[in-house]
Design a protein around this ligand. Structure first.
Ligand SMILES: CC(C)(COP(=O)(O)OP(=O)(O)OC[C@H]1O[C@@H](n2cnc3c(N)ncnc32)[C@H](O)[C@@H]1OP(=O)(O)O)[C@@H](O)C(=O)NCCC(=O)NCCSC(=O)C[C@H](O)C(=O)O
Ligand SMILES: [Mg+2]
Length: 277
């Protein structure tokens, strides 16, 4: 089965041409060229032109563009540019209204950002909109909007994080975890990746080259895990050949869903062999 890994998805400010060029040489599974919060109002037009030029380049993986939000002075020009071709996904910040999203009729997969209280409450309806490929958590905006304070283990955001995973998974869409702001704290970043993976996210949005390898490792599948998945699958196939619908592997029960999970891991492992870190 063909799998498109999104273990690490790198934001690159649209007004930083050097960073845009560099992003092509890095090992992020996907790149988001950002026109929204990373770009000051006076640089919006220049950033859009940088992004327009970059659409013509060869990119190693999917290329997304984060446009400015609905109701901003830049939304129409940004969207028009993002529909030119060469864009694999449009990231829409502060998505809140599923009816409005459904009315956009974009020809490109849509990635709404869930980063307001209303967005969290409406995550199931947003995930159900046709054309939505996945959802991305915006923890900075959400933290501000909820008036929470950063706390160990992202305690104040746990409900919202799980709500996004639940909504996305319920509709077969891809949930991507929020950014980690301290680019000089690999240990903290690693813990947050582990937490995101445990919660059910498919990958992490990142803001610096140094975060890519850690996200790829945490959301990826190691050779050892792949070997273990292969072993489990062979035990399962043997059990099925004998007419069993349950089996045990290393003392633990296995059923069809465990075999499916093992197969999914193997598919991801194969898909990431060419882009290990
Ligand atoms: C966070 C940064 C401002 C740090 O910048 P800086 O201190 O200049 O980084 P370095 O000197 O360590 O950079 C080393 C080299 O790496 C390149 N670089 C840095 N960041 C990126 C990047 N994101 N993509 C590609 N390349 C990058 C530098 O150009 C250096 O290269 P070289 O010249 O060859 O040495 C900076 O990392 C940054 O701007 N990051 C992105 C910030 C961003 O996009 N923010 C918006 C998205 S986050 C958000 O809004 C989430 C959400 O909406 C929410 O609400 O939470
Ligand atoms: Mg935001």
């Amino acid at each position: 089965m063909s799998v498109k890994p999104l273990r690490s998805v790198l934001y690159v400010p649209g007004d930083k041409p050097r960073a845009i060029e560099k992003a092509r040489t890095l090992h992020a599974d996907a790149v988001i060229l950002d026109l929204e919060d990373a770009v000051a109002p006076e640089h919006k037009e220049a950033a859009r032109e940088n992004v327009r030029a970059a659409l013509a380049w060869r990119w190693p993986g999917p290329l997304f563009v984060r446009v400015n939000g609905l109701g901003t002075p830049w939304e129409h020009d940004d969207r028009e540019m993002a529909l030119l071709g060469g864009v694999d996904g449009i990231v829409l910040p502060k998505a809140e209204d599923p009816a409005v999203l459904a009315g956009l009729h974009l020809r490109v997969p849509l990635w709404p950002m869930i980063e307001t209280p209303l967005g969290v409450l409406r995550a199931p309806e947003i995930a159900a909109v046709p054309g939505v490929a996945g959802m991305i958590v915006g923890a900075n905006d959400l933290t501000r909007a909820l008036r929470t304070r950063p706390a160990p283990g992202r305690l104040p955001l746990l409900h919202a994080l799980s709500a996004v995973v639940l909504a996305a998974r319920a509709h077969g869409k891809i949930p991507l975890d929020a950014v980690y702001n301290d680019v000089r704290d690999p240990e903290g970043f690693s813990h947050e990746c582990e937490q995101g993976r445990t919660l059910g996210f498919a990958g992490k949005t990142v803001i610096h080259p140094d975060q890519i390898g850690i996200a790829n490792t945490t959301f990826g599948v190691t050779d050892q895990e792949a070997e273990e998945a292969r072993t489990l699958l062979s035990v399962w196939e043997q059990a099925r050949a004998e007419g069993q619908s349950i089996a045990t592997h290393r003392g633990a029960l296995i059923e069809q869903m465990h075999a499916d999970e093992a197969q999914e891991m193997l598919d991801l492992w194969k898909a990431t062999k060419t882009n290990p870190s």
